[in-house]
Design a protein around this ligand. Structure first.
Ligand SMILES: [Zn+2]
Ligand SMILES: [Zn+2]
Length: 497
């Protein structure tokens, strides 16, 4: 399997080794100085991701330090970026540290922009997230260029960010400011994803940012950890926070997907599945590979389009982040499910896509996961008007994305024909949604994560969800556990003391 991106990142960091060592020394001096102020308060300021999904970004501040947690974009709304201009975030050059929960673009896309604004400090994250964010950010620039948009930063800023990244392992306590210690814990969401725990002052206050979580075990990962020495305040994702946001269990979901694919195969059709390069793609690859091996699914090629193969290679490079059984299989090349013969990369561009679309029944996994750009747009054009074919949504579709519109029944979609000419495309294929593959906990999982948290937090801010999700989840948590909860707006500041 190709692992060029992993190698590229590693080779690049090798060359920068001496500079990185000097950087670590400088950061160390900054952190290990005596605090100049007493810890009298902790504040969290929301720069995005409130009553919406996207542009995750928060400031955690004390009298001594300012930390930025995540800096993402908003899928389907390119202009809507985190409110980095507000006083709490400035000057950006003076931030003490940046912490990244995981590589998805709604958390990481705009992180390189900080370096364009003069930030010169560390980015703390896991090793797997470092490699994945580099891959996804470069792809983000590539997709923007192909669609004629001006990206907010150049690839040189991605390299700056990689040079400034300090990787931390799950469970290791790291000083990131004179008065703040960071510990990352498994979030069960995607490779390298983390729940971030901040210990502020000398036992003054503890704040946890959930990032995106999956609370139960999946094929890829163990469920999110929610066991901490102390926690008073929790900033909690609420993607599936509505009262009726329950997902079918994994077994039912897998059965439904294999049925849909077998039915499409019988009618000589092609199945196309929009998927994030990281997360659902690998989960589905495992499901499909096993189903074919066990003859529950007709054997046919599975084409991977977009950055899926490179993202999968990064999974193979970091087996320690995966579940036990899977980790063992990956260490033996002949058992590595990601290397199964069925998987084929679409590396021949549009011509290859046309051949595949005109050929035998097959399965296509293609980015982007919310149909906001990338090769999935070509697949809609090539496969969308044939009723034999099937489109299956397996991941969350955010408000404002084309994916959400198609999922809600829209069949006439505007389509620009690679030029200025704009055309309508009529979708005639079958559109299905299967919920149990999401990388996010459903309402039950979210409640469980908070309810079984040890110790249970005193206060929860519900973020990363549509307004109805954050509102309903916030009132649900209050009623069930009698915890102080809120559904903040963007650009609000909360003081904990
Ligand atoms: Zn995510
Ligand atoms: Zn997210």
């Amino acid at each position: 399997m190709e692992s060029s991106t992993v190698d590229n990142v590693r080779n690049f960091l090798m060359q920068e080794r001496d500079e990185h060592r000097k950087f670590l020394e400088r950061v160390g001096d900054q952190i290990h100085r005596e605090p100049m102020h007493d810890t009298e308060w902790v504040r969290v300021t929301t720069l995005g991701c409130c009553r919406e999904v996207g542009r995750a970004s928060f400031i955690l501040s004390t009298p001594e330090s300012r930390i930025l947690v995540d800096c993402g974009d908003k899928p389907g709304a390119e202009g809507e970026v985190p409110y980095l201009q507000i006083p709490e975030a400035n000057p950006i050059a003076d931030l003490d540290a940046v912490v990244l929960t995981h590589a998805h673009l709604d958390h990481s896309a705009l992180l390189p922009l900080l370096f364009k604004y003069g930030y010169d400090g560390p980015v703390y994250t896991t090793q797997a997230t470092r490699d994945l964010m580099g891959l996804l950010q470069l792809d983000y620039l590539d997709v923007a260029a192909k669609e004629g948009r001006t990206p907010p930063y150049e690839s040189a800023m991605v390299r700056e960010e990689l040079k400034h990244t300090i990787t931390v392992d799950y469970g290791n306590v790291t000083d990131i400011a004179p008065d703040i210690k960071l510990t990352l814990h498994n979030a069960g969401h995607i490779l390298g994803s983390a729940v971030a725990h901040f210990h502020v002052g000398d036992g003054f206050h503890n704040v946890v940012f959930s990032g995106d979580i999956h609370h139960t075990d999946t094929r890829l990962f163990n469920g999110a950890s929610n066991d901490f020495p102390r926690v008073e305040s929790l900033i909690m994702e609420s993607t599936y926070g509505r009262r009726n946001d329950y997902q079918t269990d994994q077994e039912d979901s897998e059965r439904k997907v294999t049925e849909l694919i077998n039915d499409t195969y019988e009618q000589d059709g092609i199945v196309v599945i929009p998927a994030f390069a990281v997360g659902r793609s690998q989960e589905l690859m495992l499901v499909l590979e096993e189903a074919m091996r066990e003859d529950r699914l007709r054997t046919m090629p599975i084409y991977l389009d977009g950055m899926i193969r490179e993202a999968t290679a990064i999974h193979t490079a970091y087996p320690e982040f995966l579940r036990d059984g899977l980790r063992q299989r990956i260490l033996h090349d002949d058992e590595n499910p990601f290397l199964a013969d069925q998987f084929q990369q679409v590396d021949g561009g549009q011509e290859m896509r046309e051949d595949i679309a005109g050929g035998e029944p097959c399965i296509i996994l293609s980015t982007s996961g919310m149909v906001t750009g990338g090769p999935i747009m070509s697949w809609l054009e090539l496969l969308g008007n044939d009723p034999k074919n099937t489109l299956i949504f397996v991941g969350y579709q955010a408000q404002g994305t084309l994916g959400r519109r198609i999922q809600s029944g829209r069949r006439e979609i505007p389509f620009s024909d690679r030029g200025s000419r704009s055309e309508q495309l009529t979708l005639r294929f079958d559109v299905e949604s299967v919920s149990g593959f999401s990388g996010h906990a459903d309402r039950n999982g979210l409640e469980d994560f908070v309810g079984t948290m040890n110790p249970r937090p005193e206060r929860v801010l519900c973020v990363h969800g549509d307004e109805s999700s954050t509102d309903q989840f916030s009132s649900g948590l209050y009623q069930k556990f009698n915890i102080r909860t809120q559904s903040p707006k963007n650009m609000e500041t909360f003081r904990f003391d």
